[in-house]
Ligand binder design. Sequence first.
Ligand code: F6P
Length: 341
Amino acid sequence: MRVGVLTGGGDCPGLNAVIRAVVRKGVEVHGWEFVGFRNGWQGPLTGDSRPLGLADVEDILTRGGTILRSSRTNPYKVDGGVDQIRKVLADQGVDALIAIGGEDTLGVAKRLTDDGIGVVGVPKTIDNDLGATDYTFGFDTAVSIATEAIDRLHTTAESHHRALVIEVMGRHAGWIALHSGLAGGASVILVPERQFSVDQVVQWVERRFEKEYAPIIVVAEGALPEGGEEKLLTGEKDAFGHVRLGGIGNWLADEISERTGKESRAVVLGHVQRGGTPTAYDRVLATRFGLHAVDAVADGDFGVMVALKGTDIVRVKLSEATAELKTVPLERYQEAEVFFG
Ligand code: F6P
């Protein structure tokens, strides 16, 4: 058996841990060979691949990023893309694919399975917004990084008696904002799932100042003021139709300064959240996902994604996993509201 592996979409800490686990189990338990396709779906489209043996996965458990590189290529946006993939897989003698990715990469994996190509999916995203799995790896690392940033911002904000707004990633789901905001003792947390009133934010900020504390506002990049629009860095769309968000943090910091007369600064955490070594939790989750993805291939169980349910790794249909995004439920957000202001 010869199995192709690829990583697609935004990178995230833990991708290399999956690749290592897949190769270690596949080679040592089943005697399989592996091919690493480079740059997400671009690899199987163009034939850009590299051998992936035991020596190639040594010392990569703790390394961030992905040794296979990544891209947001969508083969369904390329004329004859699926036939091209079929030809590359046949030419390279690849019997099955393990695709590690988020909603877009796994959406392609689902369609390819429908088109007769055997794919097993592994969920990754720092956003933790994939349905059908309790957690994705990368999320815990991103939350830890954001929490450390918030801890640091508290002390400088207090020294200067300023409001500090920290913009974190999360286009449609506010999980990073919610968890890092709770862990970091934020005065306000704003998520894309719930439009916010600037007046209300200003009230919370003023209340915090009155208590002689400096307010820390954690805002997800996709959060929206009531009646407002998403703040975009550019209107350009990627191959999956996503625009680049950004700007809500600076916009809100300006509004707060203007309305309270107090100094306010914004920090955009950006890709720092996706870089560097994964936490122990993410290494373990990524490793377990990799081991179970190999089991699914061994069983010939294609069109599935490995998923975390409680503490078990289970298999779910890719169609179920990509049906809808897992967003922050209202009651989870309301838990955090106790600490606002
Ligand atoms: O999907 C993961 C993610 O990190 C989002 O949170 C963010 O909006 C996006 O990727 C950023 O994408 P890029 O790396 O293309 O700027």
